[in-house]
Design a protein around this ligand. Structure first.
Ligand SMILES: NC(=O)c1ccc[n+]([C@@H]2O[C@H](COP(=O)([O-])OP(=O)(O)OC[C@H]3O[C@@H](n4cnc5c(N)ncnc54)[C@H](O)[C@@H]3O)[C@@H](O)[C@H]2O)c1
Length: 442
């Protein structure tokens, strides 16, 4: 099938590539000329495991092309996926300007039938807006062109996006036309052949499903983080409590790891946008507001622990930060807890020596560019040299089993603040490393 994907970010580039991998002819479109130039010359602008090789193979085979011209892409496409950003607007609602700009351009461009699919995370009612904008543009051109607008929220996870796309848990489709459903079934059939998990529903329910899924996951994280705060005060160990509750299959083990808060491009903005949608409909969301406020608090927990240990004035101190990305296996730093932690520590006077396997360029040029007292180190051990303590923020695999002797040798004080509860507290105690983790009293 001939497919266009508009927006070549974490979602668009991965899904476009996975469509090509299945034998489709794919055009990936972006307004960012630099990004498209890079992609044309084989440079992948994001880090996502397995993506680079898949893009190269499909580009070489001529199944994936990159362009800044929507008209060029749509010329031959029967179906077009909108995968542009929907960042948080000033009032917390989803900012739809990029989605609607694409809709406008589609209306100004199409000459024949097109199935337009919202893959971006968008509030209920957006497909209707997209339809209206396209129709307005067609009316201005006095053209009667048939088109459909469908919803197909994306559930991939950064860090395992390629696998998630090739083997999705489910495909959710919101559509009100048989033609659109047929086209989407044709696109997705190879990906859900095993499970048959292709769920067709009305458009509003599909749009809502994405927000409900992210709100549920964010709720689980904030729940365990709140429990961790109580554990710490009463002398319980949240790591043991997690296992105790996770073994109940109604609760399950996933997404109940205590930590220094969730970040990323989705949970924070999607929970906010859902709160806003509720508000616009006269509903007060006590639970969702708490999910957000617990998370905001949680991002400060690690710096608070550092200050309890060293005092609130951290002048003259240096801390090694392991991990800047909002989670492992990505270079994405959007809303990363590392941003809050670095700011809290530097505002208290500390210097930072940071290491992340993939996110240091993002930090240096964007998210931490205003922080003067930060040094980016070539390895995790270099970051430790003469630091007062190690602060672990992102649970990259290379941090899981470090050389603790090397950590002791390099740090001024053998001391770890662990924002992801990665290590065995008893073992660290035996080898003489002072260990502070989330939800465990010291
Ligand atoms: N990142 C994730 O893990 C994830 C997962 C599921 C859903 N989503 C949702 O998918 C959407 C995209 O997220 P992302 O993380 O890929 O965003 P992103 O910021 O990485 O990429 C968006 C891309 O769209 C491009 N763009 C903006 N306006 C454009 C236009 N008019 N024409 C063509 N391209 C344009 C930008 O230049 C950018 O490259 C969002 O709604 C997000 O909530 C994201």
């Amino acid at each position: 099938m001939r497919i266009s994907v508009i927006g070549t970010g974490y979602v668009g580039l991965v899904t476009g590539t996975c469509f090509a991998e299945m034998g489709n002819d794919v055009y990936c479109v972006d307004v960012d000329e630099r990004k498209i130039d890079h992609l044309k010359s084989g440079v992948i602008p994001i880090y996502e495991p397995g993506l680079s090789a898949m893009v190269s193979a499909n580009a070489e085979a001529g199944r994936i092309k990159f362009t800044t011209s929507l008209a060029e892409a749509l010329r031959d496409s029967e179906i077009c996926f909108i995968a542009v950003g929907t960042p948080m607007g000033a009032d917390g609602s989803a900012d739809l300007q990029y989605v609607l700009a694409v809709a406008k351009e589609i209306g100004q461009t199409i000459e024949r039938y097109l199935c337009v699919v919202d893959k971006s995370t968008v509030p209920v009612g957006t497909a209707a807006k997209v339809r209206e904008v396209i129709q307005d543009e067609l009316d201005k051109r006095r053209l009667a062109v048939e088109f459909d607008v469908a919803s197909n929220p994306e559930f991939l996870k950064e860090g395992s996006a390629v696998g998630d796309c090739m083997r999705p848990d489910r495909i959710v489709i919101g559509a009100d036309s048989e033609r659109a459903i047929h086209l989407l079934k044709t696109v997705y059939e190879p990906y859900v052949r095993n499970t048959g998990n292709f769920l067709v529903m009305d458009i509003a329910s599909a749009e809502m499903t994405k927000y409900a899924a992210n709100a549920m996951l964010a709720t689980k994280i904030s729940f365990i983080n709140e429990i961790s705060r109580i554990c710490e005060c009463v002398g319980a160990d949240v790591n043991k409590v997690r296992l105790g509750i996770g073994s109940d299959h109604r609760i399950g083990y996933s997404f109940i790891y205590p930590g220094c808060g969730y970040g990323g491009s989705c949970f924070p903005k999607d929970v906010e946008a859902l709160i806003k949608t509720a508000e616009q409909n006269g509903i007060v969301t006590e639970l969702l507001k708490s999910v957000t406020s617990v998370n905001d608090l949680q991002k400060h927990v690690i710096a608070d622990k550092v200050k309890s240990r060293f005092g609130s004035d951290l002048s003259g101190r240096k801390f090694a930060i392991w991990g800047l990305a909002f989670k492992p296996d990505t270079d994405d730093m959007r809303e990363s807890p590392a941003i809050t932690i670095v700011k809290d520590l530097t505002e208290a006077g500390a210097a930072i020596a940071a290491y992340d396997p993939k996110a240091m360029e993002e930090a240096r040029h964007c998210y931490l560019k205003d922080i003067a007292d930060i040094e980016y180190c070539p390895s995790k051990y270099d970051a430790l040299t003469d630091a007062d303590a190690l602060v672990l923020v992102t649970e990259w695999k290379e941090f899981r089993s470090p050389d603790f002797d090397e950590i002791k040798k390099r740090l001024k004080t053998p001391l770890i603040f662990d924002g992801r509860n990665q290590y065995d507290a008893d073992w660290l105690d035996q080898i003489g490393i002072e260990y502070h983790q989330i939800g465990v009293k010291r």
